[in-house]
Each structure stands twice: as structure tokens, then as C-alpha cells.
Design a protein around this ligand. Structure first.
Ligand code: HEM
Length: 140
């Protein structure tokens, strides 16, 4: 991943992290608007869930420059997500809801370059999680 991609994602995420609670609530509103059938998969308190999501995105964003420390975290998360009933197609919906949220949260700062950088980074996160889920399904 290019240094510029990492920098664009890190600097734009800092803006979203400053409004983490709002961003998380907006993310789930966007997600459930795109696919209401996902709502019952979440059984806990959505504010706590939103905090976990934002914290995990922060970890991922901070470690983009050190993939050797990031990949194992994503692999474990991918395996846990398979256990929540998450399938590959769900990652596209989550990615789209994330882009909606960044667009709203960043406003004019969500330039084409920033959008492209997030799409690349989300693709990396999603494929790493999906691959680990698929590998553990094969091993089971
Ligand atoms: C960038 C991708 C994603 C990130 C960073 C993320 C983050 C998280 C985190 C931190 C948790 C808390 C539990 C744990 O760590 O295992 C969680 C739980 C969960 N996530 Fe994700 N997730 C992602 C993708 C998805 C996708 C694609 C779905 C599909 C709908 C999904 C659905 C869920 C569900 C159902 C739970 C459990 C909720 C519950 O137990 O009530 N996540 N996620």
C-alpha cells in the first residue's frame, strides 16, 4: 500500500474519530437503511457496538504501515465474524455504508483521492477477514 494512501486514510480518520459516537450511529443507520435484514444480527447495545467498531477501525488505520501487526488482528476478527453469521456479500454492504458515513462526516474533505484511499484500505481489511473466515471453514 502506498504511503500516500495510508496518510490520506489516517488524516481523514482523525476527523471522524473526533466525532466517533456520531459517526458510529450514522454508520449503523446507513447500514440498516441499505440492508434492514442485517439489523437482527446485532443483539447487543448499539452504542457499545459502535464504540467497538470505531476502536477497531482506529487500530486498523493506525497499523496500516505495519501490516505484520495488523493482519493477525484482522484474521482473528474475520473468523469471529464468520461465527456471527457474516458472509462475503455483507462486506460489500458494510463498505458502502462506511463510504456513505465518511462522505457525510468529512464533507468537502472527502475528495476523490480520500475516497479512493478508503476504498483500497477497506478492500484490504475485508479481503483479509474474508480469507481467514474461508480458510477456517475449510479447516473445520
Ligand atoms: C471493516 C470491517 C469490520 C469491522 C472493523 C468490524 C468490527 C467489529 C467489532 C470490533 C465487533 C465486536 C466483536 C468482535 O471484535 O468480534 C464486531 C461485531 C460484529 N460485527 Fe463487525 N466488523 C466489520 C465487518 C462486519 C460485517 C461485514 C458485518 C456484517 C453484517 C458485521 C457484523 C457484525 C456482527 C453481527 C457483530 C456481533 C454483534 C453482536 O454480537 O451483537 N461486521 N464487528
Amino acid at each position: 500500500m502506498k504511503t500516500q494512501t495510508v496518510q490520506l486514510v489516517q488524516s481523514s480518520f482523525a476527523q471522524v474519530a473526533a466525532i466517533a459516537d456520531t459517526a458510529a450511529a450514522l454508520f449503523y443507520a446507513n447500514l440498516f437503511r441499505r440492508d434492514p435484514s442485517l439489523r437482527p444480527m446485532f443483539r447487543g447495545d448499539m452504542q457499545a457496538q459502535g464504540a467497538k467498531l470505531m476502536q477497531m477501525i482506529a487500530v486498523a488505520v493506525n497499523r496500516l504501515g505495519n501490516p505484520e501487526t495488523l493482519v493477525p488482528v484482522l484474521e482473528n476478527m474475520g473468523r469471529r465474524h464468520a461465527g456471527y453469521g457474516v458472509v462475503d456479500a455483507h462486506y460489500d454492504t458494510v463498505g458502502a455504508a462506511l463510504v456513505d458515513t465518511l462522505a457525510a462526516g468529512l464533507g468537502d474533505a472527502f475528495s476523490d483521492d480520500v475516497r479512493a484511499a478508503w476504498i483500497e484500505v477497506y478492500g484490504f481489511i475485508a479481503t483479509t477477514m474474508q480469507r481467514a473466515a474461508a480458510d477456517s471453514a475449510l479447516a473445520a
